[in-house]
Design a protein around this ligand. Sequence first.
Ligand code: SAM
Length: 269
Amino acid sequence: MDAVRVREVLVRSRLPRHEARRLVAAVVGRSVPRLGLDDELSAVELRRLAELEARRLEGEPLQYLEGSAAFGPFELVVDDRVLVPRPETEQLWELAVALVERPAVIVDVGTGSGALAVALARTFPEARVVATDVSAEALAVAELNRARLGVEVEFRCGDLFDALPGELRGRVDLLVSNPPYVAEGEWESLPADVRREPRGALVAGPRGTEVLERLVGGLDRWLAADGVAVFEIGESQGEFLAEWASGLGRRVEVRRDLAGRDRFLVVRR
Ligand SMILES: C[S@@+](CC[C@H](N)C(=O)[O-])C[C@H]1O[C@@H](n2cnc3c(N)ncnc32)[C@H](O)[C@@H]1O
């Protein structure tokens, strides 16, 4: 069989050009900028590429096919056990870092791939970082990312705060969470590739705010007196959640993302 060059593969692909380039790069084990248009693909690589292209055309997220996703300066392992980390969540990390000085105890509830936990462990290497998830499968991916970045994070499996060790009560300086916040009725209208991600990572209940309400409601027992919690929220949920949290006596602010949408809730005791 004649050698097939990258440029021919890209021309023949049914995927958008940028996606095809990323899959070719993944198959040959090189980064996109290092991919030469005249590089040749072996028969094995071409077969693998055809398989990945077919899976992408069926709606599998590109990052699952690549096996990794960028989170800020980090490259994290991802697969269908975890949500693909989003740019908004990178902003949550930046916001959280700007709100605290030298946190001794950091908690990430619903850590998924471990994105926030490992990024915060890199930012604050002196802190004790504890990350939880109800999904043991997600925690297995988070552990891969912890090892990959060479940071210390304690992972705990369980429902929200139930997973935390009791000795952290009243001692958490920074709590972050990007919990499920999609309403059940919105599921069908999500893009096909988003619906390939774990439903339990996205859907909270009939209203969408159920998990956030439980998190804000249960914060008191865990936050230190001057501790702060930062949550990612759906863009239409800010007003309701801020009112609800104020009603519980919490000090609360809604912060916007770069597109000007209400996407973060900052809560203090
Ligand atoms: C939206 S994903 C966020 C993942 C990761 N933190 C990120 O930002 O990319 C929500 C995560 O919360 C977890 N989760 C859902 N319900 C939970 C619960 N009741 N207790 C703990 N974790 C939960 C899911 O398994 C999922 O990994």
